[in-house]
Write a protein that binds this ligand. Structure first.
Ligand code: 1PR
Length: 549
């Protein structure tokens, strides 16, 4: 089997890249020293996280010169995400650390005045100057395809600036900023997006690189003309736990109660909606833009290394090439043998098993409470801070479990209230959203606005906004809650809880500026497919990622 050399110099989900390469019929050889690069025919430098951290690792490991040597020897090189950024001269993310300087230009942070940052989701990589032969066939990139991006810094596109030096450039548009999505010249190719996380469209690009086809004409890409820009993400979420027989199952609660109602078939039992890997694969094939697994009971009596969700992720990531998030139990833990395992180590196990993001629930609430009681001082040791520092903020989602509390008058509470269009039975027109931990069993004295602003300050990259009132009701998302949270943070927000049919997705995307919307029960019960939701959204004029053959 032909092989490709991979430099694993950074934290992150390298497993998915390996899985994608193997699926395409290649084997991976690891670069363990700068000398190994000399032996490499094809070299891939992936990367997520912090520019300065990655570049320092590359230079401290003595790799900078070998990479430059590989490139100047004319051998195939692929840089992915920070692996692409590394080729430029530098980044605003860390002015003190230089890039490799193989391509002119620097990275700037996206402006967050008009949009969420990080830029997370599916966007184009449209070759500039589609009339030229190189652009039409550029590594199998197709102007109608969408690719998965996750980053806060980008190289702004300046017309002609790099083309003059012989580079072929593909760009993406985020808000009113156009930036470089992919770039190549001769033996060098680099993508800001993650081809290994971009479904069929991404695998095609990776295959073009692996088989040395820098000119790879795509004839079977989506016919539908797709607008440039970031799509609305549709996420499928799987709540997973052991049922009473000890099997790992996908379940789904009604307002967090996952047991069948007494008197119903299987009354009192944990609701069983299928096997996690099979269900996740079904959603991938239907066109889900991301898949989230929530381990809702944390399997408290199991050694951390053997946590069943690690195996679920390992297996899921073999065939699912869109981002995977794992939540439940991401916190400091005492293992069954009494050893203390830090939150960072727990997260690392999940990243190594195929997760792209971890989702933190209860631990984020405790951290936010400490943040306020210390007068908003960051202590640097919370799970959010340490994981975000090591893996980048985009890898840290905070899952929030709020529930409405009605009051007669905002003065009746110290919490942040909103005036609601849905008064209580007693006619109360104001409410605040109280945050819960332990699967909705324990209420804390912190409101949702306090929580999301605190975790944003700690370095969370995204909010998964559930609603205990709406969960499992099929009555639509809590639009007021989503609007309240969106107007207080800059990081992306995923609306969750209450989706019962495609119109609910339309409603949340039209009535709020939410970045993504998540459904669970309606997909598990097979009332609608993810594909049907996306088709409906497209008909309604919303930009979604088309499913590619
Ligand atoms: O606190 O870090 O260990 O994380 C535990 C995680 O498990 C949290 O993200 C918490 O939300 C979740 N969780 C705990 N117990 C339950 C439960 O249901 N008993 N699930 C639970 C929360 C909410 C969503 C659901 C949406 C959409 N489930 O995941 O998927 O509400 O549902 P719908 O579309 O059917 O309405 P930690």
């Amino acid at each position: 089997m032909p092989s490709v050399h991979l430099l694993d110099h950074v934290a992150g989900n390298i497993r998915s890249l390996v899985n994608a390469i193997e699926k395409l019929g290649f084997t991976v050889e690891w670069i363990k020293s700068p000398e190994d690069i000399l032996q490499a025919e094809r070299l891939i430098v992936p990367g997520v996280g912090h520019f300065g951290h990655c570049l320092s690792q590359i230079s401290q490991g003595g790799y900078s010169e070998s990479i430059k040597h590989h490139v100047s020897a004319g051998k195939p090189f692929l840089g992915i995400c920070v692996g692409m950024q590394a080729l430029f001269e530098g980044s605003e993310e860390d002015e003190a650390v230089p890039g490799l300087g193989l391509i002119k230009g620097r990275l700037n942070r996206f402006r967050d005045s008009d949009k969420s940052v990080p830029h997370i989701g599916w966007n184009s990589a449209k070759p500039v100057n589609l009339d030229s032969e190189e652009s039409k066939t550029f590594y199998g990139l197709h102007p109608n395809s969408k690719y998965y991006y996750v980053h806060s810094y980008a190289v702004p596109y300046r017309k002609g600036f790099l083309e003059e030096e012989g580079w072929t450039v593909a760009t993406a548009q985020y808000g009113n900023e156009e930036f470089i999505g992919a770039i190549g010249r001769g033996n060098v190719f680099a993508t800001q997006f993650h081809p290994e996380k971009s479904g069929q469209a991404g695998l095609r690009v990776l295959e073009a690189f692996l088989s040395n086809q820098s000119s790879h004409l795509v004839d079977q890409a989506v016919e539908l003309k797709v607008q440039p820009g970031l799509t609305r993400r549709v996420i499928a979420c799987l709540d997973v736990r052991s049922n009473d027989a000890g099997d790992l199952v996908v379940t789904k609660g009604d307002q967090y109660d996952v047991r069948e109602k007494p008197g119903a078939v299987g009354g009192g039992q944990v609701r069983n909606l299928g096997k996690p890997v099979d269900v996740a694969k079904r959603y991938y094939q239907q066109g889900a833009d991301e898949i989230t697994f929530l381990n809702i009971t944390s399997f408290r009596n199991c050694p951390v290394q053997d946590a069943p969700m690690l195996e679920v992720l390992r297996r899921a990531s073999e065939t699912i090439f869109v981002p995977l998030t794992i939540g439940g139990g991401i916190r400091e833990t005492v293992d069954t043998d009494g050893t203390r395992v830090s939150a960072l180590e727990v997260a690392k196990l999940y990243f190594k098993s195929g997760a792209d993001k971890v989702s933190i629930g209860g631990d984020a609430v405790t951290a936010a409470e400490d943040y306020y009681s210390s007068g908003k001082v960051l202590n640097g040791t919370t799970a959010i801070e340490v994981i975000s520092k090591a893996y980048g903020c985009q890898a840290v989602v905070v899952s929030v479990d709020p529930k409405k509390v009605y009051v007669d008058d905002p003065k009746d509470t110290s919490h942040n209230t909103i005036k609601t269009e849905f008064p209580s039975d007693k006619g109360q027109q104001y409410c605040w959203y109280q945050c819960y931990i332990k699967g909705g069993r324990e209420a804390r004295d912190i409101d949702v606005r306090q929580l999301v602003t605190a975790v944003e300050a700690m370095g969370a990259g995204e909010i998964m906004l559930n609603s205990i009132d709406k969960d499992g009701t099929n009555s639509g998302f809590d639009i007021e809650l989503v609007n309240d949270v969106k107007s207080h943070v800059k990081i992306p927000v995923i609306a969750s809880s209450g989706a019962g049919d495609p119109t609910h997705f339309r409603e949340v995307f039209f009535k709020t500026s939410v970045d993504a919307a998540l459904g669970a029960g309606m997909f598990h019960r097979q009332e609608y497919t993810v594909g049907q939701v996306k088709e409906y959204l497209a008909k309604e004029g919303l930009l979604v990622r088309p499913l590619e053959p």
